[in-house]
Design a protein around this ligand. Structure first.
Ligand code: PLP
Length: 455
């Protein structure tokens, strides 16, 4: 199965050409969703005893399968949180794939781990965390949140045991967060059999120290092992009042986790940086470079203020791993759920190193500029109304007179036309429109063209 040189030349050239052509497409086609029946009819049996051959299989992918995958980097793909990798990051993903790297341990991947750590350092410094802070790139924010919460509970239990507090294991073990927190927090609590306690938001839909204190007091502060604040909620891009939340966490000695999966990238943008005041007090912090830091899927940077707390909770022990765990080296697998790991931080590192951090700040600022334009444009149009002024690059708005079915029909039509992918969202029971703008290619003209379809 390792091809001879002629095969490698031919297939290698075809694959590189495909990748290069795809990166050159501007704009990329939005493409479409196919049904299982359509795809079955289009590609037939692909897994065969004889094999189809590389070129044939590549052609199948290019002609039949790729057009049935939405381009998340399309400038009018504004649903969920899109992903718009830099050319450098996307290309370097090819290198990572071709290089048989293992980045779980220092022993096996020291060069890759060193580079990943440099990229983590940049994020950690942006957040103002101490120089000893560090962590690991995980497959996404869901695993990042889970890993942070597992470390938080481990540390809390260890401390309780040291303090001689008994009955520790029998406690309810709670996490406090608002309903604006990402669904993965609830899912992490379910996995951990922990209870998620909802904290009321203030009039700007933020988590604040005052409301947090009330929730802690009502439930017994000693039953909590973590508080989760969000800097950039997924639905609205809201930054919680990190400073007052940090104060309350310090007062009660509760682990302060900041989920910046989407919004953490804004730390690099001078125009919004001050909104994150307090993030430097986090015990753990994470950001998904595959969201607003222009890295390909899948990539979450998880950082602990004191990495030792991550290591204590996550190191796997087995006789066949002793050679790794007994060495003093930095092993990324020790800092999150999971053992085997791809060097998923490398495409991000490569692009950051190649383009420089100033280009990142400029690209993030550009998306903020387009979001501000969108807010003004929405406010200007009599049939539209902004629901909440954006903190970052997500904007939620209503089309006056539309019911849920109207939003859905509008969304379906734009996708069927391969014009835009913008699914409705909801808030307080009301269906609404929402743009998430993380692609620097999204322009004012795109916004106007989309809003014109809502007349
Ligand atoms: C997207 C998101 C997550 C989950 O990240 P995945 O990479 O999708 O697992 C967690 N928190 C917030 C705030 C998010 O926006």
């Amino acid at each position: 199965m390792h091809g001879d040189n002629a095969t490698l030349d031919q297939l290698g050239a075809a694959i590189l050409r495909y990748a290069e052509d795809r990166l050159r497409l501007h704009p990329v086609p939005l493409d479409r969703v196919a049904t299982p029946e359509e795809l079955e009819a289009a590609v037939g049996q692909t897994i065969t005893e004889e094999g189809l051959g590389g070129l044939e299989t590549l052609a199948l992918f290019e002609d039949k399968l790729a057009p049935a995958c939405l381009s998340v980097d399309h400038p009018r793909y504004l649903s969920f949180i899109p992903c718009a990798p830099t050319d450098a990051a996307a290309m370097f993903d090819l290198v990572v794939g071709a290089s048989s790297l293992y980045a779980g341990s220092w022993l096996e991947g020291s060069g890759a781990v060193h580079a990943e750590n440099a990229a983590l350092r940049w994020i950690s410094d942006l957040a103002g965390l101490p120089p000893e802070a560090g962590g690991v790139f995980t497959p996404g924010g869901t695993i990042g949140n889970l890993s942070a919460l597992v470390a938080a509970r481990y540390a809390t239990r260890a401390r309780a045991a040291l303090d001689g507090i008994t009955g520790v294991a029998a406690r309810p073990w709670r996490v406090a967060a608002t309903e604006g927190a990402h669904s993965s927090i609830k899912s992490a609590c379910d996995v951990m059999d922990a209870e998620l306690v909802g904290v009321h938001v203030d009039e700007r839909l933020r988590l604040t120290g005052d409301n947090l204190r009330k929730a802690l007091e009502e439930n017994g502060p000693e039953t909590f092992f973590a508080v989760v604040a969000t800097c950039g909620t997924t639905n609205f891009g809201i930054i919680d009042d990190l400073q007052s939340v940090a104060e309350v966490c310090e007062e009660y000695g509760i682990w302060f986790h900041v989920d910046g999966a989407y919004g953490g990238a804004g730390l690099a943008a001078p125009s919004v940086r001050e909104r994150y005041a307090g993030v430097e007090r986090a015990d753990s912090f994470m950001v998904d470079p595959h969201k607003w830091l222009f890295a390909p899927f899948d990539c979450c940077a998880l950082i602990y203020r004191d990495p030792e707390q991550g290591r204590a909770a996550h190191t796997q022990h087995a006789s066949y791993l002793d050679v790794l765990t007994e060495a003093p080296d930095f092993n990324p697998s020790d800092y999150s759920v999971g053992l085997t790991r791809r060097a998923r931080g490398l495409p991000f590192w490569f692009s950051l190193a190649a383009n420089g951090t100033r280009a990142y700040a400029a690209a993030i600022e550009r998306t903020l500029e387009v979001t501000r334009f969108a807010a003004e444009e929405i406010a200007r149009r009599p049939e539209l109304e902004v629901v909440r002024e954006p903190d970052l690059s997500v904007i939620v708005f209503r089309r006056l007179g539309w019911a849920a079915a109207d939003y859905q029909a509008w969304s379906d039509r734009m996708l069927a036309d391969e014009f835009a992918f913008i699914v409705p969202t909801s808030h307080a029971g009301e269906t609404l429109a929402r743009f998430a703008i993380v692609n620097p290619q999204t322009s004012e003209e795109d916004i106007v063209a989309i809003l014109d379809t809502m007349r």
